[in-house]
Design a protein around this ligand. Sequence first.
Ligand SMILES: Cc1ncc(COP(=O)(O)O)c(C=O)c1O
Length: 419
Amino acid sequence: MLMSKEVDAIRNIVTEHTQWRGACLNLIASENVVSMAVKEMLISDLGNRYAIGFLHNRFYSGTKYIDELEGITTDLARRVFDAEHVNYVPISGTMANLVLFNSMTAPGDVVTALSVIDGGHASFRECSKIHGVSLVPLPFSMEEMNIDVGEAEKVIARIKPRIVLLGASEILFPHPIKEIRRIADETGAIVAYDSAHVLGLIAGKTFQDPLREGAEIVTGSTHKTFFGPQGGIILCKGRYAKEIDNAAWQLVNNHHVHRVAGLSVALAEFLAFGREYAAQVVSNARRLAEELFNMGIPVLGEKNGFTRSHQVIFRARNNNGDATAKRLEEANIITTKTPLPTDKTEEECSGVRLGTQEVTRLGMKEDDMVEIAKLIKRVAADRENPSSVREDVRKLISQFMTVKYSFGEGDEAYKYISI
Ligand SMILES: Cc1ncc(COP(=O)(O)O)c(C=O)c1O
């Protein structure tokens, strides 16, 4: 067999990466692990194919099985989200936001959404730039760790936005969709909700239910709390279906059909296991936050019980989230530095954000959160040498190596699959 130095080197890197992350406590709030059935879809022939256009109305031939697959995907997604219309053409949450801005705004319009410092996502700003839209920050209350409805009412009345975009990257508590809907109705704004982080909680019928609470269009990522392949999705009222579908296929063009097959499998997994999983994710986050707080770590959101999502956010030692996240990584505890509302610039990152969704998918429960809190405290507060904590991290995670809440119980979560 012909050998290539480069291919061997690439294999080694990816194998080492997989082994390393399998020995880590993966607490990034925007990642997850997929089941073996989802992985199988991702390496199928579908990854080599195009299916440009609409269901049963494609530009290329060769799509009869893809149409069959997408019929099932649409049906599953409508059932999981109870949505009038679903579009899974965007290949990421950012792309889903781009489709929202492109289809619903015109140059010169105004959109209001949270700024990055208050938890908003950079895509809000970048999507507005592309389309010549002005973006006005939605007021935020640090005490509540939520949108300030009173102040938002004044802003919305003044700027008369085309869209009020709710949802965020740092999202501890349900956003006040009903209240904002009432305010937006006064000026005729569309209420949209970016569910990138919390899509899996919504699918699991916890946290909040944007479409029923007053959002008309919901964008999201399919790989954070929702444990599908990396991708994007839009859920909306039927009256927006045509504009969303047209913008999505024009902007995305090739929507990566292997990802759609993986998404179908994950949707079926959510129908069967979603409620149990989502409830455990939130319960774990709450327990982790309480333990950290009781150990003296300044966890945000105390007034409202720290969290109702998968996220826990704490102020880092010396307000240096970057240094804390780096020390934690040396101990194989993988987290994200994050800006806090008190930071002057988004680069300051005084905080650290944790997410419980991946460890929950591996089967961890509340008692395991107590162990995680102790490990974090040893590195982030007690200043213990991270390398001495690493072995204890490995011992804890080694008990949780398979994917739960799936049809293939026993699937290894961090297996490098060589073919
Ligand atoms: C609120 C929000 N919207 C959009 C995105 C972008 O999602 P993706 O990474 O799938 O492009 C993120 C990513 O973290 C996010 O937090």
